[in-house]
Design a protein around this ligand. Structure first.
Ligand code: BG6
Length: 491
């Protein structure tokens, strides 16, 4: 088990902490991954009314699936947690008290900033002023890291004045997902995948993050942010980097980041006209999910006027380098879609010649499918002889790779990333240059939308987006994988 550490969650009684961080830490304690001597300090503007134990029990009741919390473990966990009242804009006695709580031993201190980015700078300054940024300290920054390149640079500069890059951990929780880490293991520990991983054999790559939820309750944040900034700038581009990067010489933080950065720098930069043709932006209107009527985006946010914020983006892009020349990467993400899943589909080229003439079956290209959620799943689609059939015939089968095995319950991405930060392991975090290059690319597209007033398409909640999303593929003679026949699971 990893050494105990101190974790300070700024915004500790807020939404991210309640929904993701505390349940993940609790699960980590129960699974024996989190040392019971770990101290968790939650900062809050107003403190708690009742005891920490009562508060935690209410938090878990709402956020940990039924039967997930057990009295003895909750008691043990409550002993690890303290809630302190602390102002994030001004120093004072509360900061002195915080320091006194933390500095008694020589252990790692992780400051997790689960607060709006507008507060990052001041919080980091105060951490510096109170001597809480020593060599054993690390700062974890939750997205959004700015709103565009300029604001991201300003945050990076400000944080950089108080913490070294080696102490700065920018979270993209997609990197903490098991299947994403497995992608690296698979690519760089198996000769057969790496040998096939290029424009020579790959026809195209699809990356999808589909969500069934809408934006209820996200109020001010989502309006004015939109899917491009909320999902593409970070999660989708990070997945793209991991799929496309060159094998790093070593698996350390710097080597991985260097390779990811090269991918971001090689992304094709579209002109305005190319953006109109290759990037679809859309917003959901009222529709139905699983037979229940649901409202439109503007209704969900109770907006009085129409909004131009997109809840869906689909795009085609290219990585302009030797390995990926002319291989399209199709990315899409949307809210209020019929299903929730995230997956990467690597579609190989068709075979150049078939000797199986007359076997009566279309020969589908090989596909390698990496499912990140809801389940971790790897599958390879191949053609085989239809076993035992009297006539000669081919059929497509799916070879499923059992990556979960008997490894037990899967621990959430946030736990994995917090433990990595405590150990100072930056492999699954995002370097400031990556954030900035991703913004550069996104700003070009968003800037064009803003300048040209590019039309926003509408799609009904509960559908797979407007026609143009389908057309993005079809006009290239391709299809989204979930639209192809023989889709397992999601029809
Ligand atoms: C967050 C976005 O980063 O990721 C949300 O801000 C989105 O809008 C969420 O819903 C999706 O994460 P996951 O792990 O549930 O797919």
């Amino acid at each position: 088990m990893q050494d105990a550490f101190d974790l300070v969650i700024f915004g500790g009684t807020g939404d991210l902490s309640r929904r993701k961080l505390l349940p993940a830490l609790y699960a980590g304690l129960v699974a024996g991954r989190v040392n019971a001597d770990t101290r968790i300090v939650l900062t809050s503007r107003s403190g708690l009314e009742g005891s920490t134990h009562e508060w935690l029990s209410g938090v878990f009741e709402r956020n940990v699936p039924a039967c997930g919390v057990e009295a003895a473990s909750l008691k043990k966990f409550s002993r690890m947690v303290s809630v302190v009242e602390l102002g994030l804009m001004e120093g004072g006695d509360d900061w002195v008290a915080l320091k006194a709580m933390l500095s008694s031993e020589d252990r790692a201190i992780v400051h997790f900033l689960a607060v709006p980015p507008a507060v990052f700078t001041r919080t980091c300054e105060l951490l510096g002023e109170y001597g809480l940024n020593g060599q054993n300290a690390r700062v974890v920054l939750e997205k959004p890291l700015g709103h565009d390149l300029a604001s991201a640079q300003a945050i990076n500069e400000d944080v950089g004045r108080c913490f070294d890059e080696s102490q700065t951990f920018r979270i993209d929780h997609y990197l903490g997902k098991e299947a994403v880490q497995n992608l690296l293991a698979l690519r760089f520990s198996n000769i057969m995948f790496e040998e096939l991983w290029s424009a020579r054999t790959i026809d195209h790559i699809q990356i999808t993050i589909a969500e069934d939820l809408g934006v209820e309750g996200r109020g001010g944040f989502y309006e004015g942010t939109g899917a491009m900034r909320d999902m593409v700038q970070n999660h989708l581009l990070q997945l793209l980097c991991l799929v496309a990067m060159e094998p790093p010489a070593r698996l350390d933080g710097d080597s991985i980041r260097d390779e990811k950065l090269k991918v971001l720098k090689s992304l094709k930069n579209y002109t305005g006209e190319e953006i109109d043709r290759n990037v679809v932006r859309a917003q959901y209107s009222a529709g139905a999910m699983a037979g229940e009527a649901v409202g439109s985006y503007t209704e969900d946010l109770a907006l009085e006027d129409a909004s131009t914020t997109e809840t869906f983006v689909a795009l085609k892009t290219y990585i302009e380098n030797w390995r990926w020349a002319n291989v399209p990467f199709y990315l899409r993400t949307g809210k209020r879609l019929p299903d929730r899943f995230a997956e990467i589909v690597i579609q190989f080229k068709p075979i150049p010649h078939s000797p199986h003439k007359g076997w009566g079956k279309h020969i589908n290209p090989n596909r390698f499918i990496i499912r990140l959620q809801p389940e971790d799943h790897l599958a390879l689609r191949m053609m085989v002889k239809n076993h035992g059939s009297a006539t000669e015939a081919l059929k497509e089968v799916e070879m499923n790779l059992d990556i979960v095995g008997d490894s037990g319950a899967r621990l959430g991405p946030y736990l994995r990333l917090i433990l990595d930060a405590a150990r100072g392991d930056q492999r699954l975090f995002v370097h400031r240059d990556e954030v900035e290059y991703a913004w550069r690319w996104v700003d070009n597209i968003v800037g064009h939308w803003e300048q040209s007033g590019a039309p926003l398409k509408m799609y009904q909640a509960g559908t797979w987006g407007p026609y143009e999303v389908h057309d993005l593929m079809v006009r290239d003679g391709r299809q989204w994988f979930h639209e192809t026949s023989g889709r397992l699971g999601n029809g």
